[in-house]
Write a new protein. Structure first.
Ligand code: ZN
Length: 133
């Protein structure tokens, strides 16, 4: 009965799981906006929810409030290309993220931003969670 109880508890606490998941998204980029590199304060749906975008790791990127609000319902890559802070390495990173290749995305973001800090240990520790999601 203990296993059933655990499943039941998880169902009861979707908010807790959602919060953990949001945290892990921000951790992937060292809490920086995937578009401009400023501190990420929100999660942006690359394909907007209004267009059927899902709340999956592949469709959700860390973004600052300014980018998130600016982009609105536009296609993310199309919108990004028009920004002053456009960086082709970041565009590649966003594409890799959408493909679910977070490892490549993070490497590209590191390339785009030499100040990028992310502990490899943290990433390894978080990886099983990511693959299970
Ligand atoms: Zn931003």
């Amino acid at each position: 009965m203990h296993i059933n109880d655990a499943v039941f508890l998880e169902d009861l606490c979707p908010k807790f799981r959602f919060r953990q998941w949001r945290k892990s998204i921000h951790r992937f980029t060292g809490r920086s906006c995937i578009y401009c590199g400023k501190p990420s304060e929100s999660i942006d749906h690359v394909l907007p929810r209004s267009q059927g975008g899902l709340s999956t790791t592949e469709n959700c990127v860390p973004a600052c409030l300014s980018c998130n609000g600016n982009k609105s319902d536009e296609n993310a890559l199309y919108w990004y290309r028009k920004q002053k802070f456009y960086d082709p390495r970041r565009a590649m990173a966003i594409r890799a993220w959408l493909d679910g290749d977070l490892r490549l995305a993070i490497r590209l973001l590191q390339w785009a931003n030499p100040n990028f800090r992310m502990s490899d240990n943290n990433y390894e520790k978080d990886e099983p969670d990511y693959e299970a999601a």
